[in-house]
Design a protein around this ligand. Sequence first.
Ligand SMILES: Cc1cc2nc3c(=O)[nH]c(=O)nc-3n(C[C@H](O)[C@H](O)[C@H](O)COP(=O)(O)OP(=O)(O)OC[C@H]3O[C@@H](n4cnc5c(N)ncnc54)[C@H](O)[C@@H]3O)c2cc1C
Length: 285
Amino acid sequence: MPGPAADVRAVAGADPWSPSPARVRERRRETGDTVTLALEPADPAQTRFAPGQFTMLSLSGVGEVPISVSGDPDEALLVQTIRAVGCVTSRLAALKPGEALGVRGPFGTGWPLESAAGRDLLLVAGGLGLAPLRPVLYHALARRERFGALALCYGTRSPDDRLFRGELEAWARRADLHLAVTVDHAGPDWEGEVGVVTRLLARTPCRPERTVALVCGPEIMMRFTARELEHLGVAPGRIHLSMERNMQCGIGLCGHCQWGPFLLCRDGPVFPWERIRAAFGVRGL
Ligand SMILES: Cc1cc2nc3c(=O)[nH]c(=O)nc-3n(C[C@H](O)[C@H](O)[C@H](O)COP(=O)(O)OP(=O)(O)OC[C@H]3O[C@@H](n4cnc5c(N)ncnc54)[C@H](O)[C@@H]3O)c2cc1C
């Protein structure tokens, strides 16, 4: 089975400024404020992406926002998971099957899946950070023999905030995937872990010296996770973080997402920890 297309960046090459039309094919509610949309772009090339990439989704007269691709890289659909936090995301999350929107991209660096082949693969997600990591799981489970141990550690605020619940249950039953879920707080019905996601990291079958770790979540969670992974013995060059700060053009021209020496949309969103560790330590950056 082929890996994520090596030339996915070419998709955005034709006219990266102009949104192409797409239609909502399916809409699934994930949590109280989050939905997953399966989009059918008029240009089928826009369904080709590397796990970790994002698109710019727009509604005419409303605005445009970056959203990670959360679907299966082997599927001919563009699947994206949207939390309604403000003006644009609320309108996108309310779209119904058949309704239209604009799509630019996919853009950005993906997770380093080629260099992870042959190694243990540890995914660490906080909240909505599971969305850009789900394509990695689809990719790795479809090519399971290419990787050593495979683990997902996932932390959310509460049990009700868990995304992709049906899939989490299916993944929990797999013998070839170590799944650990924790929540910040829960009622008496919750029989799982309570606490921060970093507490799960030492208990996975991944061997630190062989591990590639992919991390996405709130910045404070990523900082503590990267430090804990280093402490456990994972090389800083094999820890990768997705920096999902707000951005505007998506293609490195407007400067809106400048972060120290980086333009997050052009140089990221996925970075090796060793490359951005210094910037993480700068207060207010
Ligand atoms: C590379 C990338 C990938 C992303 N992937 C997803 C995704 O898969 N699903 C998803 O729901 N969202 C994702 N986001 C965040 C999403 O782009 C923002 O929530 C959106 O831009 C908010 O726009 P709005 O007009 O709805 O809200 P606004 O009115 O602009 O903002 C509402 C509130 O959200 C805050 N906010 C805006 N953008 C961000 C951000 N990037 N990070 C944290 N807080 C923010 C604002 O400060 C404000 O408090 C991603 C962002 C980036 C940069």
